[in-house]
Write a protein that binds this ligand. Structure first.
Ligand SMILES: Nc1ncnc2c1ncn2[C@@H]1O[C@H](COP(=O)(O)OP(=O)(O)OP(=O)(O)O)[C@@H](O)[C@H]1O
Length: 407
């Protein structure tokens, strides 16, 4: 009992501190959560696994931040350190204007006193409790009693459209319903930060898409701050105000979905975001050539020295396959052009044609509605709008071409 009251007081005090925080002159929302120089290592089979390496990340009040990355890159560990479920090896965590973890100062606030709501991939509902008892339990732990508790449970079940399910057990619900109840349980104590660990990954494809918009609706209506992790790039791009791409325990790129999608900062980011076509070429006297031919339509690759190697990337949807007529007969649209030979044409779902084109030793993919005048075995030109082509130097830094915009 004493513990519950202490927690409730702690939460109130934290709320006061957060609300009294002065907004910066820029008018931007205050920082709701931040990690500084955060690291976490595990000892596994007598060797150090650096799951999170010296990460800095700040999330503004009301912002929906999605951390994206492949399995094992450290997403869950980062989230668990914020929640207090994992003790970081070094660094600091601040929530709602208060330090909740500081390795050097010896601060480590318990998870239940951090005022965060958590939702996990496997729902983690208590199987022996009804839906309403599941949702009521965290409130009970925080000292919310009687009529107020009943009312808050009813309200939050209404918000996630699960009121008719209140008396059922979790086993009597579908996966989507269970995840809504898990959301309701996390939202019931009105946390200012929601931590969502792959919340949609256990659901089938259709349900996943509908729950994405449902989650965004709740975010708009309730105004919470969110840190959501996923390995699904479509989910991240659709849901995030900001997308943070992780690689081997570090942040590879952070930006709006549009920035991350159109200007992936490295070949790793591009590959993870579906940029499938790749070519290694050489820049010589302003011309780009590769072992199988040339890359036309690029006058200047800013930042690459003459004689250096450049990597050329493009998405299949941006590539158009056209007959290889002599340059003089082709209308110039300022596109980047690459020579190739058609190796395969496949009709895909929705009437799109998938082309596989041999470009030197490598294969490029193109998707387009029609096959125009192109047949199997034809010599062709792959034509890509200049703004859609990505050039990287040998170090993996994004370069820009003249007219495409600064680096
Ligand atoms: N308790 C642990 N003991 C030892 N190693 C761990 C532990 N937890 C995580 N790791 C390791 O830390 C690294 C990061 O794991 P983490 O679960 O954070 O990755 P993730 O990006 O969330 O992956 P996934 O998407 O598969 O959940 C991995 O190499 C993992 O094996």
């Amino acid at each position: 009992m004493t513990t519950d009251v202490t927690i409730a007081n702690e939460i109130e005090r934290t709320r006061d501190m957060a609300s009294s925080e002065v907004r910066p002159e820029t008018g931007e929302a205050p920082i709701e959560a931040s990690v500084e120089d955060l690291s976490k290592s595990f000892i596994s089979k007598r060797r150090d696994v650096h799951a999170v390496r010296s990460i800095d990340l700040s999330i503004r009040k009301g912002e929906y931040v999605v951390v994206l990355g492949p399995s094992g890159c450290g997403k869950s560990t980062l989230m668990r350190c914020v929640a207090g479920l994992e003790r970081p090896t070094g660094g600091r965590v601040r929530l709602h204007g208060r330090t909740v973890f500081d390795q050097s100062a010896g601060v480590d606030v318990k998870p239940e006193a951090r005022n965060v709501g958590m939702v996990f991939q496997n729902y983690a509902l208590w199987p022996h409790m009804s839906v309403e008892a599941n949702v009521a339990y965290p409130l009970k732990r925080r000292g919310v009693r009687g009529q107020e508790r009943t009312q808050r449970v009813a309200e939050v079940l209404e918000t996630v459209e699960c009121s008719p399910l209140a008396k059922r057990l979790p086993a009597e619900l579908s996966g989507g319903q269970q995840q809504r109840v898990a959301l309701a349980r996390a939202l019931a104590s009105r946390p200012s930060l929601m931590l969502l660990d792959e919340p949609l990954s256990n659901l089938d494809a259709l349900l996943r898409v509908s729950l994405r918009s449902e989650l965004l609706r709740l975010h708009r209506e309730l105004g919470f701050t969110a840190l959501h992790i996923t390995h699904d790039q479509a989910e991240a791009l659709e849901m995030g105000d900001r997308v943070v791409l992780m690689r081997e325990g570090e942040i590879e790129q952070s930006g709006t979905p549009d920035e991350v999608y159109t200007r992936p900062a490295s070949p790793y980011a591009a590959t993870f975001l579906g940029v499938r076509n790749k070519l290694t070429a050489t820049l010589k006297n302003g011309q780009i050539t590769h072992d199988g031919g040339w890359v036309g339509g690029v006058d200047d690759v800013v930042g690459a020295a003459d004689g250096s190697s450049v990597r050329v990337f493009a998405r299949p949807r941006d590539v158009r396959v056209v007959p290889a007529t002599p340059i003089a007969e082709r209308a110039s649209h300022g596109d980047v052009e690459i020579e190739g030979r058609v190796a395969q044409i496949v009709l895909s779902e929705g009437g799109t044609h998938q082309f596989i084109v041999e470009v030197g030793e490598t294969q490029w993919f193109a998707e387009q509605g029609d096959v125009s005048d192109v047949r199997l075995g034809d010599e062709v030109i792959l034509s890509v709008p200049r703004a859609s082509v990505l050039f990287y130097d040998t170090e993996g830094s994004l370069l820009s071409t003249a007219g495409v915009g600064a680096r």
